[in-house]
Design a protein around this ligand. Structure first.
Ligand SMILES: Cc1cc2nc3c(=O)[nH]c(=O)nc-3n(C[C@H](O)[C@H](O)[C@H](O)COP(=O)(O)O)c2cc1C
Length: 176
């Protein structure tokens, strides 16, 4: 099966997840790893399965991914799986990254694309975002912020990447 793993990533977190999914898919399938900015939505039709990945920006998928989702062809033959990384903790994901999954679901529903689900995990925030969170952009005490940054810098962790592999394997099983 021909599979595409397309991703947008500014600081490497989403790219790590994309590479891991691609590595897993490549074991048994013809998988191509590509940056979203190098493709158009029309290119997706060359594949049976597409994994599309994004960082969370302002609670939603990043603009280049939003653009591809907006341009999806109608009723294509490919299936689409989403993945994204976010700085929000798993407890606050719905509040701070809630639109990501919805954007994948909504775009697929509108264009009648078979959507196979979404994987997400935390990704270490950039120095600039970390600075603004420390300066009051996050509703956390100093102690909570310290714990948060100590933990978030480890993500995507080996466990996150293992779960991304499991996500890819589950989708392949469902399709076989
Ligand atoms: C401009 C900008 C906006 C962001 N907005 C959010 C947000 O609303 N919610 C969130 O959980 N993370 C947010 N983040 C954090 C990123 O989603 C997170 O660090 C992600 O792992 C970055 O992925 P990348 O390294 O692939 O670019 C934002 C990051 C940037 C740069």
């Amino acid at each position: 099966m021909k599979v595409l793993v397309a991703y947008y990533s500014e600081t490497g977190n989403t790219e790590k997840v994309a590479r891991t999914i691609h590595e897993e898919l490549s074991k048994k399938h013809e998988s191509l790893l590509e940056e979203v900015k190098k493709i158009t939505a029309n290119d997706l039709s060359n594949y049976a399965l597409v994994f599309l990945g994004s960082p969370c920006h302002m609670s939603d998928v990043a603009a280049p991914v939003k653009r591809i989702l907006g341009d999806l062809p109608h009723s294509p033959r490919f299936r689409l799986a989403g993945f994204f990384t976010h700085a929000a903790t798993m407890d606050t994901i719905y509040k701070y990254a809630g639109k990501c999954t919805t954007s994948f679901e909504k775009a697929c529903k509108e264009k009648e694309v078979a959507f196979t689900g979404c994987y997400s995990c935390q990704g270490n925030p950039s120095p600039q975002l970390s600075k603004s969170m420390k300066e009051g952009g996050a509703p956390l005490s100093d102690a909570e912020l310290k714990d948060y940054f100590e933990d978030v810098r480890k993500h995507p962790s080996p466990e996150d990447l293992q779960q991304a592999k499991e996500f890819a394997k589950k989708i392949l099983r469902e399709l076989s």
